[in-house]
Design a protein around this ligand. Structure first.
Ligand code: ZN
Length: 137
């Protein structure tokens, strides 16, 4: 399952970043997913939720942004969106000399740590010291 291995890799990366950041929770993870990466966003969201269980990411929200695939013709320099299924013939000169510029990326674009709950330092419940009445010696 392609999406599961991606989800696990994302969780792994975020976990590694969470430790040095001292994060205790993750609110939101944003991914850039190229349209040619072969990822089904719904399947990824499902796998992500499973992969997060029991980690610092538990309950984190995932959003994915689709990055359109673009190619450049090495013959004439034309740049076009390849679409899906990818069109790799140059619309300018008709050559099959496409160089893929984008569309295969799979990267974490943003991680938002969960805000730490503002817990005031617990006040010590020491027995109230009974002040000795001043002046009575
Ligand atoms: Zn061309």
């Amino acid at each position: 399952m392609h999406e599961m291995s991606i989800a696990l890799a994302v969780v792994d990366q975020v976990e590694q970043a969470a430790r040095p950041a001292g994060a205790t929770g993750v609110a939101h993870v944003a991914l850039d997913v190229g349209e040619l990466a072969g990822v089904v966003p719904d399947a990824l969201a499902f796998c992500f939720e499973l992969a997060c269980a029991g980690t610092v990411l538990e309950g984190a929200e995932l959003t994915t942004r689709t990055v359109p695939g673009t190619a450049r013709c090495t013959g004439c320099g034309e740049v076009w969106e390849v679409g899906m299924p990818p069109r790799l013939l140059c619309p300018g000169c008709g050559q099959a000399a496409a160089e893929l510029l984008s569309g295969r990326e799979l990267r974490i674009s943003e991680v938002r740590w969960a805000a730490r709950e503002q817990q005031p330092a617990p006040e010590r419940q020491s027995a109230p010291a009974t002040p000795r009445p001043a002046g009575t010696t």
